[in-house]
Design a protein around this ligand. Sequence first.
Ligand SMILES: [Zn+2]
Length: 60
Amino acid sequence: MTTRAGAGKQGNAIWVQCAACAGWFHVSEALLQARAAKLHCPHCHAQFQEAQAAQVARPC
Ligand SMILES: [Zn+2]
């Protein structure tokens, strides 16, 4: 599987891949730093925590 996140994406947006539908969406770094916060997939509306994401792509 190739990761298209990270290439050409600047700033502090972090790309997360939903484990339920494999769709990518971006979240703010502040949201991820709030460890209790759940991520919300805009594609299938699943809610999960960072550790449950299929992939997390951080720009550096
Ligand atoms: Zn999803």
